[in-house]
Design a protein around this ligand. Sequence first.
Ligand SMILES: [Mg+2]
Length: 429
Amino acid sequence: MDRLKTSARLMIVSDLDHTMVDHHDSENLSLLRFNALWESNYRHDSLLVFSTGRSPVLYKKLREEKPLLTPDITIMSVGTEITYGNLMVPDDGWVEILNQKWDRSIVIEESKKFPELTLQAETELRPHKVSFYVEKDKAQAVSKALMERFEKHGLDVKIIYSGGMDLDILPQGAGKGQALAYLLKKFKTEGKLPNNTLVCGDSGNDAELFSIPEVYGVMVSNAQEELLKWHAENAKNNPKIIHATERCAAGIMQAIGHFGLGPNTSPRDIMDFLDCKLENVNPGHEVVKFYLFYERWRRAEVENFEPYLASLKATCDPSGVHIEPTGSEHSLCDGIDGMRSIYGDKQGKQFRVWIDRVLPTQISSNTWLVKLNKWELSGEERKCCKTTVIISSKDAAVPSDGFTWMHVHQTWSEEETNLKDHSSSIIVF
Ligand SMILES: [Mg+2]
């Protein structure tokens, strides 16, 4: 992970389904709250790792359905695939480790002899993961019998049962916990062991994450019986693991606060920024705050908006320019005035804005170039703008004095370009 030159301040390793993503929260509010917290306070010096049972195909599907951030590292297929960055570059060293005492064809051949097992879809069968469905009351006996057969073939495999239905067969060296242990070892070798690591999960295949020494752990409030049982039997007295009282991503934020790992108030929970002096002020926070305001503005959720508009204008450089995705250019101050025409145009409708991959680079003593992806969900339609913002602080030593927006440049992200009609007569950020 070359993005950070030194140790990450915090590394969050989170499961997705029913942990980061709450499938009972149709508005995805707790996920959006986490996103705003992460991008404003952690993205620049911390690492986000998603660790999911999903294969790459189903993982990408979830990212299309939910407002998930781009993680720095993705661990998929129950710890059998590790990839880096937005481009998802695979870790070849991990593949080599998993090839030891593993033969996928023997695993499939032997498993076929058990009628209790139903093979999962082709997309879920990966080079180092073979998955079945099996009823809860049969899982234990089948696992035991399978293990005996594999041992006879000289294979060293691991069987994980989770979610009350999924039975995964993996190389012994694989699994969410082993993948995390591998990453931590790698960071240690590079001299970049994260200062703190928080693991987050809800089901049986997450238990291994909680077994890694030195990490903090949160079982979200909605954690399944199988994980709670594992905890009661194996880690009951470990003060570094909690069972949150909040569901999913809200439980993760609760754990950040509980263990004192850093700020845990999401900007989404701050209703009045004019009235709120924050300790942790950084360029990332500045842009999160603006786009949150932009969402609330269009949803007609900003009360007493004249002072807000005045304060926004005061943060724009008078000669600052905004280049819109359409290519049209106008002054930043005109852009703020133009927002009047769109106040409340999304009132009562599905409309959310979130930003991803906020990466500030300091380009002079008091100026930052901030790159980010701005996402907008309107009804069923999602679109993404690549956005570059140049902002400066009046006083480099005390950025809490406030930032000035110098320049904003937006382009449609590549995957969007061919899909939509972007002609627009109103000014939008
Ligand atoms: Mg889960």
